[in-house]
Design a protein around this ligand. Sequence first.
Ligand code: CA2
Length: 150
Amino acid sequence: MTRRLLLVNGPNLNLLGTREPDIYGTATLADVEEMTRAAAAARGFDIRAVQSNHEGVLLDAIHAAREDCAGIVINPGGLTHTSVVLRDALSGVALPVAEVHISDVRSREPFRHHSYVADVAIVHVVGEGVDGYATAVDRLISAITGQSDG
Ligand code: CA2
């Protein structure tokens, strides 16, 4: 089995650590990718990370993951609430998916309460801040390997 996960961060998440620290914290995207890599490495997995503000780039990365990844950790950003095509890509590659949101979308505006991705994901981590990425990695790897968290 391939011991690699694809980490996908959607539109605007390149702005992490630069604005809205009250909602998203002060860690940068580079920090998030490093923390996610460390969590995966502790379980013997590596990470391919992609962030894009372009939906098609995200779709291409998800499709390519079929070749050499065992699962996908994704924070789709605002596409969570709008994108049938992103959902179709995740569903189409048939890899196990963990959906992560830094903020607690359930307690924010009503338009953030629905996720097109939720029912194609087997792991959901919401409102844990950027630490939620490590939680998602652990839970996803446990599901993939059949072993419990570290
Ligand atoms: O809480 C999350 O992780 C979100 O996926 C973040 C999205 C938002 O649309 C979702 O409803 C919840 C927004 C990402 C934008 O990130 C920024 C980070 C710093 C400054 C500005 C935007």
